[in-house]
Structures are given as C-alpha cells and as structure tokens.
Write a protein that binds this ligand. Sequence first.
Ligand code: CP
Length: 358
Amino acid sequence: MAKLTEIGWKEFEALPLEAKRPYLERPGGEGMPYHTLFAQQFDRPLLERLAALANRIRFISKSREGALFLKSFLPHKRAMLYFTQPSSRTFLSHLAACQILGLTTGSVRDTAISSEFKGESKEDSIRTFSSYFDMIIMRTPEKGLAEKMAWELSNSDRPVPILNAGSGKDQHPTQALLDIYTLLRSFETKGGLRNRTVTFCGDLLRGRTVRSLSYLLTNFENIRQMFVAPKELQVPEDVLAILREKNVSYDVSNDLREAVSTSDAVYMTRIQDEWDSAKGESAKIDTSRFKFGAEELALLKPDGIIMHPLPRRDEIATCCDHDPRAMYWRQMRNGMWIRSALIATTFGLENEILNCGY
Ligand code: CP
C-alpha cells in the first residue's frame, strides 16, 4: 500500500488526483479513505458502501436505544472543526455527525480569536489542533491547504485524518458525497442512478460543489451532464477535460428551460460573488435567465428533482419549496447521514455498524 510517509510533498503534490488516492487510504480499509480531500478518491463501490452505511446509521438512530448505541462508538475521540470560511450546513452537519457517533468537538471559526491573529501560520495552527484532537474537519479559502496538511500530519508524530469541508474554488468532496447520496435515494425505486441527465446551472466557474459532483457522476453509467450558465460563469475547461477523458456525454448551454425539460436532476447554484476580483464584478453579469421558478417547475419531468447545495439567493423561487421534486431540504439532512458514515469509516467502523444487530 502506498504511504504518505514514503513520498515527498513536492512529488505527491505533482501526482494526478486519481494517482493520489492510494496514499490517502486507510490501512486495511479496502480503499476507504483515511484523509478525505477530493472527489477522485471515490469510486462507485465506495460510494454505494458509504450510502448503505448512511442508511444504516439513519435507521439505527431512529430509536433512543439505537441513538445511544451509535454514540457508544467514538466517545473516546475528539474532532476539531476549523472553518475559516462562512458555513452553516457543512459546519453543522459535520458537528451533528460527530455527535451522532459520540465524538466531542472543538471549533475555530474566526481566526481573529485564535493565535493566527498573532501571526501564527495556518500550518502551525493545524499542527496545534492535532495535539488535542483525533480528526480535523477543515474549510478554507486556500486551494490545496487540506492536502498539504494531510501530508504534513501523516509525516508528524501525531497523524490525524483531515476531512476537506471545502477548499477554495476547487473541491467540496463531502458535499458531492451528499449529492450522490441524494441522487441514489431519489432514483432508488425509479430505475437507479443510470441513463440520466443532470443539469448544473448558475455559477459553474467558481462553484466547488460542481467540480466535485461532476467527477463523482462519472462513476455511474450513462449520466449525461449539462452545464447551463452565462458565458462569464461557464464551467471551467478542467471539468470538461475529465468528462472527455472518461467518454461522458456533456453539453454547454445558456438555455435553462430547454435543459430542464430533458433533465432528471437540475442542480442550481448561487452566484459566488465572494470570489470577485473587482467589487461588483458579478453584478454586471445578466443572470436573469438562470433562475428556477414556477415556469421551469412546470417543465420538469414528473420524476425529476431539483437540487441545490445551498445557501440560495433568488436562483430557486420559494414557490418551488413545497413541490415533492424539490430535494434541497432533504439534501441538507442527507449530509448529516453521509458525513456520519464517512466519519465512521475514517475510524474503521463501517463493518461493525453495517453488521450490528439493529
Ligand atoms: N453547501 C454548503 O457548503 O453550505 P454551507 O456553506 O452553509 O456550509
């Protein structure tokens, strides 16, 4: 098995993402990740195993007895949530996932009240967390920091796993896991996640959830991907290059209504103006045709679904919220279950939970 302790940082950093996967696996974990850094670590068997584990945890937690049983798995472990970018769902669902499995947690959400304010580097801060905690769940604006810290910690006296909860404009692997889990559940009794069209709409240039989910979808049979956005915010070339390499059919368009009428899932995203290089840059882009409202809802297939990683602004009208095809609220709760499954897996508990008597 490849080990992060046997490869230098520069050599590791230069590897293609798929080639990094074996270095990030849990020893003896049948391909399951120890560090979770990007979508390229997950193939279909792993995704289906995680989904099955999430379903199991969800079921067990329904009773008081089951919930207490789940809490008995990791009361001896502590998780650090280091979120230096704003977050509601990813922070809270990881926190809840830790609570489900009995982990205690600590957090830093504002570097103005940590020693980074005094000039400590992020690297030293994260190394500090590893002195007190057994897992670090981190969201940062810096692309690659989670990866660098995974390598650093694996090469330290106290290796602890890193879960990437969003890195720059680059990757959001646990969001993609919850998106796949939602798609699997949504189509479970309707022919499964195969032979489908998934449309991404909105800010596809800077949305890290799109990059991660687009990759994960390549694991499933005959999933066509449509990218609908204003030209200034269209999907970046690196995402399309992966689809070509994997012979995945895709289209780039600016016609949401046409895409909706042929889609099984429509994945809306907000304009990510926090990444604007000049203030007000995004506001100059005409996004009026990239919103989902009553007219788009009328075009959606009866079995189609609407997804959104959230938060939303006005890209999905609230009149859609009570339609049974609106999946974004369930998607959010699914995040808690799949993150519980991922954390359980990181600590090597998947077989114990899957095979328990519940
Ligand atoms: N989807 C998502 O990452 O939401 P938050 O920014 O609220 O965590």
